[in-house]
Design a protein around this ligand. Structure first.
Ligand code: HGY
Ligand code: MN
Ligand code: MN
Length: 415
């Protein structure tokens, strides 16, 4: 590590301008973005990002699952210090979820260039494919393949909620790269991200010092009953898949209520077939998202869900099938790097608070393989995955500055 501690400043206006420009891609009427993974809007965002990386003189690589990373060369070849996140969004996304981490990385590369600073190690800035998992499950897909937690072949054959096949879409948008998975393990990985929850705002903190990410379990549940006439079919003779799904949604909430925080449970999607006002539903397809910081507690919640589904199916005369869409254990970040985030925030006079992440992030795929940490900035009203998602400009800039201060010594500036 270099002895001289160098302080370099972020150009906040440049960061905010890039966030604004990326936010114009896939923009929704009235605000927010929709850049679902591997859609034309995602492609447009990717093309724009590659252009920005090249304009900064970075060497751009694309791997076989479509991850993009730009590298600012160091004096020595070798594992880079990596900053990353994602630029795909949910269908009702905000301007900052994922985009902040990628574009802060670009601004950090630009700041090093402006300062004419050479570093011993390369800096890599990554945008991972399909972090959201909203179109193609699971989430954190690109980073999971990149770091060997998910199989490339299995992911390329995933069928999305719209029936598209992931590998076909990757080729269609021109991002089926030639670099195999596990081709690059950074010397350290840092991710700047909006908190997406209410903790920092309620604590009056500017920076979240993230200690780890909670476990995630996504399950698809399909109830199959019998369609029948809504008017003539006595209740006792119904095999109502719609009712079964509704009962399981109530049970999912009961699992969270009885376990207490940090257990959460979400039924985000329920589709009934044939979905008509006067027909008892023969089929209900639903998703259940369970999360907990403790893996044993998450497993207990999963077991309760499966048991409830079976009991409800039997009571309603339905068949039931469960399919896991995603399952990631909780991860803890590198204590030394977490300490460095806290020290950097304090050195900038920013009130900070340690906390786990409620949301999944690409960083959780790196945590088992290299020193990994995250920096959070507050979400106004704790809102995210919502077009009204907002973080104050001064917090966006402060987060990027803390990220720069953390990675600078790791890059080993040269005199
Ligand atoms: O689901 C998540 O936590 C992340 O936004 N993909
Ligand atoms: Mn995100
Ligand atoms: Mn998200």
């Amino acid at each position: 590590m270099s002895e001289t501690v160098t302080r370099i400043e972020i150009d906040g206006a440049a960061l905010l301008d890039r966030l604004r420009r990326l936010g114009e891609i896939g923009a929704l009427e009235g605000g927010g973005v929709c850049r679902l993974a591997l859609t034309d809007a995602d492609k447009a965002g990717r093309d724009w990002l590659v252009g920005e990386m090249r304009a900064l003189g970075m060497a751009v690589s694309i791997d076989m699952i479509g991850n993009i990373w730009g590298v600012r060369a160091g004096a020595e070849e070798g594992p880079p210090v990596m900053l990353g996140s994602h630029i795909d969004s949910v269908a009702t996304g905000g301007l900052y979820d994922g985009a902040l981490g990628v574009l802060a990385g670009l601004e950090i590369a630009a700041a090093l260039e402006r300062a004419g600073l050479r570093t011993r190690w390369p800096l890599a800035v990554a945008a991972f494919t399909n972090e959201e998992g909203a179109r193609f499950a699971p989430d954190m897909m690109g980073s999971g393949v990149h770091q060997g937690a998910l199989s490339l072949d299995a992911m390329l054959s995933v069928v999305g909620v719209d029936g598209a096949v992931l590998g076909d879409e990757l080729r269609r948008i021109g991002y089926a790269g030639d670099i195999p998975p596990r081709s690059l393990t950074p010397r350290a990985y840092l991710e700047l991200h909006i908190e997406q929850g209410p903790v920092l705002e309620q604590a009056g903190a500017r920076i979240g010092v993230v200690t780890g990410v909670q476990g995630i379990s996504w399950t698809e549940v399909i109830f199959e009953g019998q369609s029948n006439h809504a008017g003539t079919t006595p209740i006792a003779l119904r095999r109502d898949a719609g009712l079964a799904a509704a009962r399981l949604a109530v049970e999912a909430r009961a699992i969270a209520d009885e376990a207490g925080p940090p257990q959460v449970a979400t039924v985000g999607a329920i589709a009934l077939s044939p979905g008509l006002v006067n027909v008892v539903a023969e089929r209900a397809t639903m998703t259940v998202d369970l999360r907990h910081t403790d893996d044993a507690a998450l497993e207990a919640a999963e077991a309760r869900l499966a048991e409830a589904a079976a009991v409800i199916a039997a009571a309603e005369g339905c068949r039931v099938k469960l399919r896991s869409l995603a399952r990631f254990a909780p991860v803890a970040f590198d204590p030394a790097l977490v300490d460095a985030v806290e020290a950097a925030a304090r050195a900038r006079g920013l009130f900070c608070r340690r906390m786990p992440s409620g949301a999944g992030h690409d960083a959780q795929m790196f945590a088992p393989n290299c020193p990994t940490a995250m920096v959070f900035v507050p979400s106004v009203g704790g809102l995210s995955h919502n077009v009204a998602e907002h973080t104050e400009p001064e917090d966006l800039i402060a987060g990027a500055q803390v990220a720069l201060d953390v990675v600078l010594p790791l890059l080993e500036p040269l005199p």
